[in-house]
Write a protein that binds this ligand. Structure first.
Ligand SMILES: [Cu+2]
Length: 226
């Protein structure tokens, strides 16, 4: 092969490798492809409370990021657990939320996150008992928060003891806490919800990865006129 030919081969090989590296890095930076939107607008008569059930898991166990913490939602139409964190809800309607918390916890860096805020009655229930604040230095600490910044709503998700379930959806035979609370949707609009506990293990300050990726530790409330 001529010198020019060899140079061309090396150049092409270099460009291919460089292209793959750029593509690989881009893949790491691009947030997960948003999933569908689970529709809760036609699950009950107009004006009646909407029942919204989610679970939090310590590791999703499937997909592109099997080790990531995540939320899942119970699809009201199929009864199945979907890995979608965008939910279409009717405006000005009470949402009765139930959270099955399957993840472990730890003391919070910011004790504010232990407070229940923005819910109807400014409280929540933990395994049937009402509470307004959870001291994360007790029990198994707090794993996550469910927070809607636009509504000043935040509820701590109390951690479980023992071996957290490793593959979602988790079932009642794994250790879990059940929390409930209610809030009222505002007028139509798109409102993000998220977890504020830096729970993305292995990322800078725990805030990358699952914390900043749709369908893991955050999502959207798509509130529509009812
Ligand atoms: Cu979290």
């Amino acid at each position: 092969m001529s010198k020019g030919g060899r140079l061309a081969v090396v150049l092409v090989a270099f460009l291919v490798v460089a292209g793959l590296v750029v593509f690989g890095v881009a893949q790491l930076l691009v947030p997960g492809v948003p999933g569908g939107v689970v529709n809760f607008t036609d699950t009950q008569a107009a004006g009646q409370p909407v029942h919204l059930t989610v679970q939090t898991v310590g590791s999703i166990g499937f997909g592109n990021h099997p080790t990531w913490v995540s939320y899942l939602v119970k699809n009201p139409h199929t009864g199945k657990w979907d890995h979608d964190t965008s939910w279409e809800l009717p405006a000005n309607t009470v949402i009765d939320m139930t959270v099955y918390q399957y993840d472990s916890g730890s003391p919070l860096r910011n004790q504010e996150w232990g407070q229940v805020q923005g819910t109807i009655g400014r409280d929540a229930t933990l395994n049937g008992k009402s509470f307004k604040v959870y001291d994360s230095y007790t029990g198994n600490g707090v794993g996550h928060t469910f927070a809607i910044p636009a509504l000043n709503l935040s509820v701590p998700m109390v951690g479980v003891a023992g071996n957290p379930c490793a593959v979602a959806p988790c079932h009642f035979n794994s250790p879990h806490n059940i929390e409930t609370f209610s809030f009222k949707t505002p007028g139509p609009g798109s409102y993000n919800w998220q977890c504020f506990v830096p729970c993305a293990l292995g990322y800078l300050f725990g805030n990358g990865g699952a914390m900043s990726t749709q369908n893991y530790m955050g999502g959207e409330l798509e509130v529509v006129a009812s």
